[in-house]
Design a protein. Sequence first.
Length: 109
Amino acid sequence: MYAIIQDSGTQIKVQPGAVLKVATRELQPDAATITFDKVLLVNPTDGDGASQAVIGAPYVKGAKVTADILAQERTASVPVVKFRRRKGYLRRKGHRQDYLRVKITSIES
């Protein structure tokens, strides 16, 4: 079984037990789970036989994906450089993006 969800403008293919990174969001301090309501597709089969995928228009009604929050982390530093040739101008800066590491527990359709 797998599903395709939409989160922060990105489409992600998820399966139960998968660990993935999603965009950070405002959460309660004691939140342990997160629910994704924007489910674009649900495929209940494992690839054997004919597929009975349910495709939403734009979302599948009543479908949701539940995940456990494992950690709130940051990516490695990405260098940002501003440079103007022959002018003696060079600025260096770094950027670290916040994200949530989640583990998919269930897909309900």
